[in-house]
Ligand binder design. Structure first.
Ligand SMILES: C[S@@+](CC[C@H](N)C(=O)[O-])C[C@H]1O[C@@H](n2cnc3c(N)ncnc32)[C@H](O)[C@@H]1O
Length: 216
């Protein structure tokens, strides 16, 4: 992601242990026991969370020392995704793909093609405006407004999307994040619409809505 514009502290991302709340929230849409890819996994905080959910995890990064300890429970692949080498997972499909704090735009068509039918893509990274907070500041590494929607929305069903400032986060800044499901291609409806997904799991804490407070 950031060869020209390294993270704020080069080892900061490797030390992060808590998974992103966005990933935690939507990982439950991935079928139990599914094959899940954590792309640019860093220290493996999402790979570890996905393993704890019972998924079969593939973790890819150009530097994999920080995930050596999970090599017996996950498939760890060392690969540079930007140096022109062939895609390291050619022919493989995933029930879930998680990408956090990494952006290499050329990979989006490959990621879409790597989803199984009903596969779930959870993507979160920094967006324009983040330069006011911290690195990355290089526009090549910052999403434009609505960019994840434009890249994915024609092909996948967008379950949730956010773009804005996150003050209380392990990396405060401007983020854009999406959860999208590969179920439009199998839709039998004429407009390609697919069945909706629950945006909160049963029992999951969710904001109070008008209907919760209505007096009948
Ligand atoms: C900011 S870290 C995010 C790590 C992890 N996804 C997380 O959220 O904790 C970005 C990761 O992208 C990896 N990366 C950057 N450029 C890469 C490349 N060309 N090929 C593979 N991985 C790369 C880095 O090694 C680093 O682990």
């Amino acid at each position: 992601m950031v060869s020209a514009d390294p993270p704020r502290n080069p080892s900061h991302h490797l030390a992060m242990r808590d998974p992103s709340p966005w990933v935690v929230r939507f990982a439950r849409l991935i079928p139990t026991g599914g094959a899940v890819l954590d792309l640019a996994c860093g220290g493996g905080r999402h790979a570890r969370h996905l393993i704890s959910l019972g998924h079969r995890v593939v973790a890819v990064d150009r530097m994999v020392d920080a995930v050596a300890d999970i090599a017996d429970t996950a498939e760890v692949i060392e690969a540079d995704l930007e140096n022109g080498s062939p895609w390291p997972l050619a022919g493989r499909r995933f029930d879930g793909i998680v990408v956090v704090n990494y952006l290499y735009r050329s990979l989006f068509p490959i990621l879409i093609d790597s989803l199984t039918p009903n596969g779930v893509l959870i993507y979160e990274t920094f967006a324009r405006g983040n330069e006011r907070y911290s690195r990355p500041r290089n526009p090549d590494h910052l999403l434009m407004g609505g960019e994840l929607l434009s890249l994915l929305g024609d092909t996948l069903q967008v379950v949730a999307y956010e773009h804005g400032i996150l003050e209380k986060a392990s990396c405060p800044g401007v983020v854009q994040r999406i959860c999208a499901v590969n179920d439009r291609r199998s839709s039998r409806r004429e407009n390609g619409e697919a069945d909706p997904h629950a945006i909160y799991a049963p029992g999951q804490q969710q904001p109070v809505t008008e209907s919760d407070t209505q007096v009948s």
